[in-house]
Design a protein around this ligand. Structure first.
Ligand code: NAP
Ligand code: G4F
Length: 349
């Protein structure tokens, strides 16, 4: 099957996972750059409604209902959109959920990626369409190297990371076997005020605001000692775009190069609302008190622990800086401030 492309100076992008955090930021970025954007969303989209992504009101935005399991629909959408760039952001993206739903996670994250690559080939778009894959720092798992860069061996520690490992390598394989323009962005944690509540940053900032407002008593968390490299999603979608503007496809670590513990995150978020936290106890008995009132505000709950996880992630974004000119503009403290501020504003309504 060969698809015919129209002659147009306007670039056409297709985004899977457009209702997600990154899809929301990326669709805005591309529309602002003058792209025509096609977004794929599930008919049953649960986490966000159309109204949350302002981009859909733009005249240059076209949305398509499709599930990443539906190969024939993917083919039809690609045939209609004839994209110059595809950003594959759709995923079951929650690590904890992947232990509960390993098969579904593999179906969407691994085979969903394969379906898109195969659709490009089937339609004869290999030379027209550039492809971005949202890979993850989770590929490194319990790495012996710190910080992790593009040459650090992979050692995934959960079903999500294993599904993303397949996606990473099938992208490399299609790039090498079929000379396709395919890039992996090895993205470390990136957050924002529109991050869903089942990720730790948003869970913490929302709870901090509710506790401050007297709407919640305590915050229950899992591993407080885990260290993550947290950046701002708005910065990370720029890196995705930059990768597809190069002449040659490649893989890049996208990270801040700094790491902070969940405990640091909790302390800093509480400090933003004027509460200092004092810690006592160890392991599952660790508790965080309001230093002024003595009230216990944070406790550990085993249900939020994972069967296995890496205690330390920190990425080395030197290659992205050198080759793409990309640097993160938002540091950890600015990010947490931004999220707390947003949640405080929402609490007013
Ligand atoms: P997110 O907010 O969880 O968004 C995931 C998107 O995928 C949502 O739009 C979701 O749709 C869609 N989706 C899920 N299952 C689908 C299916 N079966 N068919 C079609 N669409 C489906 O994730 P994100 O934070 O924006 O991350 C974007 C990508 O980057 C993901 O691939 C993620 O794994 C990867 N990544 C993220 C980070 C991070 O820290 N944010 C780091 C490394 C890699 P619904 O709205 O219908 O649920
Ligand atoms: O916010 P998290 O759930 O994100 P996680 O597992 O690091 O995964 C995110 O980043 C990956 C890139 O590194 C992405 F590939 C992936 O798609 C996703 O976006 O957990 C962060 C840390 C973990 O160490 C977790 O054990 O926070 C710890 N944690 C402690 N208590 C908690 C909790 N995580 C959650 N979600 N909920 C808790 O109560």
């Amino acid at each position: 099957m060969e698809a015919k492309s129209g002659d147009s100076l306007t670039k056409i992008a297709l985004i899977t996972g457009v209702t997600g955090q990154d899809g929301t930021y990326l669709s805005k970025l591309l529309l602002d750059k003058g792209y025509v954007v096609h977004g794929i969303q599930r008919a049953s989209s649960s986490t966000r409604t159309e109204s949350k992504n302002e981009s859909i009101k733009n005249i240059n935005y076209h949305f398509h209902f499709c599930d990443m399991t539906d190969y024939s629909k993917i083919i039809r959408i690609l045939q209609e959109a004839l994209p110059d760039e595809i950003y594959n952001l759709a995923a079951q993206s929650n690590v904890q959920t992947s232990f509960d739903r390993p098969e579904y996670t593999a179906e969407i994250n691994a085979l969903g990626t394969l379906r898109l690559l195969e659709a490009i080939r089937t339609l004869g778009l290999e030379k027209k369409t550039k492809f971005f894959q949202a890979s993850t720092g989770e590929l490194f798992g319990n790495s012996l190297e710190t910080p992790q860069n593009e040459n650090t061996p992979f050692n995934p520690l959960n079903p999500y990371a294993v599904s993303k490992l397949y996606a990473f390598w099938i992208c490399v394989n299609y790039r090498e076997a079929y000379d396709m323009f395919v890039c992996n962005g090895i993205l470390f944690n990136h957050e924002s005020p529109i991050r869903p509540d089942n990720f730790v940053t948003r869970k913490v900032t929302k709870a901090v605001v509710k506790i401050k407002e007297g709407l919640q008593d305590k915050l229950y968390l899992g591993n407080l000692n885990a260290k993550r490299d947290w950046g701002f999603a708005g910065d990370y979608v720029e890196a995705m775009w930059l990768m597809l503007q190069k002449d040659q496809p490649d893989d890049y670590v996208i990270a801040t190069g700094e790491t902070h513990s969940v405990k640091d995150l909790v302390e800093f978020a509480f400090r933003e609302v004027g509460i200092d936290i004092e810690w006592e106890g160890k392991g599952l008995d660790k508790k965080g008190r309001n230093a002024s009132t003595g009230e216990i505000l944070i406790e550990v709950d085993l249900q939020f622990y994972r069967p296995i996880e890496s205690s330390l992630f920190v990425g080395d974004p030197s290659k992205a800086k050198e080759k793409l000119g990309w640097v993160p503009r938002t540091n950890f403290y600015e990010l947490v401030k931004m999220m707390v501020k947003n949640d405080l504003e929402f609490a007013k309504y």
